[in-house]
Design a protein around this ligand. Structure first.
Ligand SMILES: N[C@H](CCC[C@H](N)C(=O)O)C(=O)O
Length: 278
C-alpha cells in the first residue's frame, strides 16, 4: 500500500490516497501499526483521503491508539495540500468532507505547490452535553475539575472533537506525561478529551502544549488551537484574533464575530512517500 508522510507543524500522520489505494479493511488496526515509531512508519496516526459524494474529498482520521476522531485541523491542511498537489482537485478553494460536515479550505500556492492553508473550521460547539461533558450549565468556562488530587480550571469547546483548555503561568513547566492521561480520561469527558495547557503572553498571543486524545503528546493540535482561541474569548483572557505558538510551530486563529466561524491558518508539509509492506 502506497502512503505519504505529511505534517502540520510537526503533527505528523501517515496519509493514504484512497482514490488510488483500496480502503483499508481495518483502519483502526492499521493506524496502531503505522503510527508506531519503531515497528511501523511513525506518526500521530493515520489519515485516509477518500472520494466524497458531496465534496472534493473526504478525510477520515485515526489516532495512534486506533480511535477515530471527527476532526483534525493539522490533518485537514495536509489533506488539502495533497488533494491539490497530487491533482485530485486543482482549485484554490476546496470543499473537504469531515466528521463534522463539509468545510471550506483556501490554499496559498507557491511554485505550483500548496504552502499555507486557511481553513474555515466551522462554529465552536459550547453546550456542555454536545462537547460532550457531564458539566451542567450552558457553557463550561473556568469550571473546577479535580484529577489526581489537583484541581484545574477548565474551559471546554468542541470543534467537532472535544477540548479542555487550562490556563497556567508557564506552559513549559507542565508535566504533560504525568497529568495528561488522567485529564484525557476523566469521567466528566464521556468520549475523553484533548487537553491543552496555555500560557498567555498578550491579548493576542499564547504558547500552548497539548496532550491529545488517543495520541498523547503531539507537537501541535489544530482543532485544539481553535478551541484555545474560543476559550480565550469566553474567559476574557485573549481576543478574537490569536497567534498560537505550539511546540512544532505557529498557527493563526480567528473566531469571527461576523459569522461565528473559527478560521485557522498554517503550513502543510509533505515529507516522503513509500510502500507499506505489511
Ligand atoms: N486527537 C484528536 C484528533 C486529532 C486532532 C489534532 N491533531 C488536530 O490537528 O486537530 C481527537 O481525538 O479529537
Amino acid at each position: 500500500m502506497r502512503f505519504t508522510k505529511m505534517h502540520g507543524i510537526g503533527n505528523d500522520y501517515v496519509y493514504v490516497n484512497c482514490f488510488a489505494e483500496k480502503m483499508p479493511a481495518d483502519p483502526a488496526a492499521l493506524s496502531i501499526k503505522v503510527a508506531d515509531r519503531h515497528f511501523g512508519i511513525g506518526g500521530d496516526g493515520l489519515i485516509l483521503i477518500c472520494p466524497s459524494e458531496k465534496a472534493d474529498a473526504r478525510m477520515r482520521m485515526f489516532n495512534a491508539d486506533g480511535s477515530e476522531s471527527e476532526m483534525c485541523g493539522n490533518g485537514l491542511r495536509c489533506v488539502a495540500k495533497y488533494v491539490y498537489d497530487h491533482g485530485i482537485a486543482r482549485k484554490p478553494r476546496l470543499q473537504l468532507e469531515t466528521g463534522r460536515g463539509v468545510l471550506t479550505v483556501d490554499l496559498e500556492v507557491k511554485n505550483d505547490k500548496v504552502a499555507r492553508v486557511r481553513v474555515n473550521m466551522g462554529e465552536p460547539i459550547l453546550e456542555p452535553a454536545r462537547i460532550p461533558t457531564t458539566f451542567g450549565g450552558t457553557q463550561v468556562v473556568d469550571a473546577p475539575l479535580t484529577v489526581g488530587g489537583q484541581t484545574y480550571a477548565v474551559t471546554c469547546v468542541s470543534m467537532g472533537n472535544p477540548h479542555a483548555v487550562i490556563y497556567i503561568p508557564d506552559a513549559a513547566a507542565v508535566p504533560l506525561e504525568a497529568v495528561g492521561p488522567g485529564l484525557e480520561t476523566a469521567p466528566v469527558f464521556p468520549r475523553r478529551a484533548n487537553i491543552h495547557f496555555v500560557q498567555v503572553h498578550s491579548p493576542n498571543e499564547v504558547t500552548m502544549r497539548t496532550w491529545e486524545r488517543g495520541s498523547g503528546i503531539t507537537l501541535a493540535c489544530g482543532t485544539g488551537a481553535c478551541g484555545v482561541c474560543v476559550a480565550g474569548v469566553l474567559t476574557g483572557r485573549t481576543g478574537r484574533k490569536l497567534l498560537a505558538h505550539l511546540p512544532g510551530g505557529d498557527l493563526e486563529l480567528e473566531w469571527s464575530a461576523a459569522d461565528n466561524n473559527v478560521y485557522m491558518t498554517g503550513p502543510a508539509t509533505e515529507v516522503f512517500s513509500g510502500d507499506w509492506a505489511d
